[in-house]
Every structure is written in C-alpha cells, then in structure tokens.
Design a binder for this molecule. Structure first.
Ligand SMILES: [Zn+2]
Length: 320
C-alpha cells in the first residue's frame, strides 16, 4: 500500500475519495478494469457525482458502488472512515475498543462498535488446510471480570463461586505456523477431540497437557506434558499456546470493558489474525491482507447482535 505508514497518514490519505477509489478498485479488479459484480459485464460507466457505476446489461439494481459485495455494503459510513478503521484494528497489538476508535475516527461509540465487529468478521481466517508438523492443542477459560460488570449484569451472571459463567476457548497451534481458535461448549473429550481432528493432519506430532479429554487421539504422534510435574520436557510443551493465551487475555482485559460469550469468537478472530500475521509483515502489508478479505462477506445487524440470544452489554448501534 503506497501513500501512508501510520494511522495519521492513513486518515489523511483516505480523506480524499479518489484515494479510496484507487485502493478499492485495485483490490477488487486486479487488472483495473471494472466489471459489474452482478453480471460481470465491463460495459459500465462511472457516474462521478453519485459515486456509482451504471451497468448497461438488463438486470435488477443496475448500479453498484465500491462497497457492493463487501463487508461495507449497505453501511452509511464512508470509506474515508472504514479504511482507517481497518488500519486501526489490524495494527493495534492488544486490540482497540470502540471508545478509542470512535475518538480516532470521529464517529459515535455505537457506530465504532458496529464497525469493529464488521471488521473482525473480515479478519476471520478461512481456516483452509490442516495444520501439521509439530502442533500444540490447549484450552483456556475466558470470563468477564466481575468488577467490570454493571451491577445488574453481575447479579445475572455471577451465580456461583466462579467458573460457571466462563467460556471455554480451544486453541490449536502449528509451531512456526498459524493458530486456530474456537469457542467450544465444554472441555469434554467429544468437543476437544472433534476440534483436533478438524484442524490437524493425522500423523502430526501433537502436544497437549495431561487432561483426560485428550486420551485416545491415536492417529497422532501424541505426547503429553503433565503440568503437575513439569512444564517443558524437550519438545513436549504447550508454551506456544500459553503465550497466545496471555496475549489474548491482555487484550480482552486491558482493552474491552466486557465481552459477552456470544461475541467472543469475533475477538478471537481479531487476535488470531494479528498473531498469525505478526512476523515478516509491516503495518501496511497487514492492512492490505485484511483488505483482501473484505469481499464476498456480509454481516447484518440482526446477525451481529443475535437478537434471540442474550443481550449485549456494549450499546448496540442504532439502525439507520
Ligand atoms: Zn451488470
């Protein structure tokens, strides 16, 4: 990405619509020839005033914009806000709260909250291919801290001595490669082993702690480190994931007031994206990579807020 290296520069660069257009066209039409996303026709005209293209083929909705077919579609927020917002979320090491991005981008906190969730959706790893070589698997508990909750939320959620309201997150890490994370329903054998088999190639070296749920993964070269005895035995350890968990928790505890279990997977996607792309990549390259993932995805307000599920603690944006 030419033209900027810092957030400040990104904000200035994208305040010019022509720059937004150049970046988006480059991203979406590699050879620079704009084609209608609905029919593929290149017989299109740019209507500068309305900032839309008109397609001359006969079909419904004959116009399209830079945002059509991306996570930005139907959003009233301009690219001059969206693109710096993406820059922010991919490059802040511990994540970014909606309060911070609201301040940096000049939007309301509600708007920033919704924007950040859409952007996390873009950062989701497709998860193609199996992890192989030396692989660590581990799970951890994530739970909102009582002192950060509103009194009503605390009364609703803290019903026991702890643990009950915690969410289990499973992590699988290929050493020297990528991490995959997911929210699992519990720490029982069925749930954990299903994740391992889904993401790891049979025959790989697999390292876990001594939790009984990992017993019986015979198709892997499975070795166990018993944390009651020691944390490292040569190659047998789960320190790569321990490191990832501490980054994740630092981000969640330091940056976000509270995260409801329903939204946790999006924060996992965000942290995994940064972790998986932290090396040999500068801020610009990380931004470009995330930008390449914005097309072909949609995230509606209804889907985001999970209307039939438990309420969210951060204020939801107003729909307009
Ligand atoms: Zn068309």
């Amino acid at each position: 990405m030419e033209g900027f290296r810092t957030l400040q520069e990104a904000v200035i660069y994208f305040s010019d619509f022509e720059n937004c257009k150049r970046v988006m066209v480059q991203l979406r039409w590699k050879d620079g020839v704009v084609a209608c996303p609905r029919c593929g026709s290149q017989k299109v005209t740019w209507l500068a005033k309305a900032r839309v293209w008109k397609c001359y083929e006969k079909h419904q909705s004959p116009t399209f914009t830079l945002k059509t077919g991306t996570i930005f579609e139907d959003s009233p927020i301009g690219l001059d806000k969206w693109l710096p917002a993406l820059w922010l979320v991919v490059n802040c090491k511990n994540g970014i709260s909606s309060c911070e991005s609201a301040r940096d981008l000049g939007v309301t906190q509600k708007t920033a909250w919704f924007m950040n969730h859409r952007l996390r959706f873009a950062m989701k790893d497709g998860g193609f291919g199996l992890l192989c070589g030396e692989v660590e698997a581990d799970e951890t508990f994530i739970g909102g801290k009582a002192r950060n909750m509103h009194a009503a939320t605390r009364a609703r959620k803290i019903t026991g001595t702890g643990g009950k309201d915690k969410t289990v997150v499973m992590g699988i890490l290929e050493r020297g490669g990528k991490v995959r994370t997911s929210v699992v329903s519990n720490r029982k054998k069925k749930a954990l082993q299903a994740e391992v088999r889904k993401h790891v190639e049979a025959g790989s070296a697999l390292y876990t702690d001594a939790l009984k749920s990992y017993e019986g993964l015979g198709e892997f070269e499975h070795q166990v480190i018993d944390h009651a005895v020691q944390y490292v035995d040569g190659k047998v350890h789960t320190n790569g994931l321990e490191n990832f968990w501490s980054l994740l928790k630092r981000g969640l505890n330091g940056t976000y007031v509270s995260v409801e279990p329903f939204h946790l997977f999006r924060y996992l996607d965000e942290q995994s994206f940064r972790y998986n792309n932290r090396k040999e990549m500068n801020d610009s390259e990380r931004f470009t990579l995330a930008l390449s993932q914005i097309t072909g995805k949609r995230l509606t307000y209804e889907h985001l807020t999970g209307k039939d599920r438990e309420p969210i603690t951060e204020p939801a944006p107003s729909v307009n």
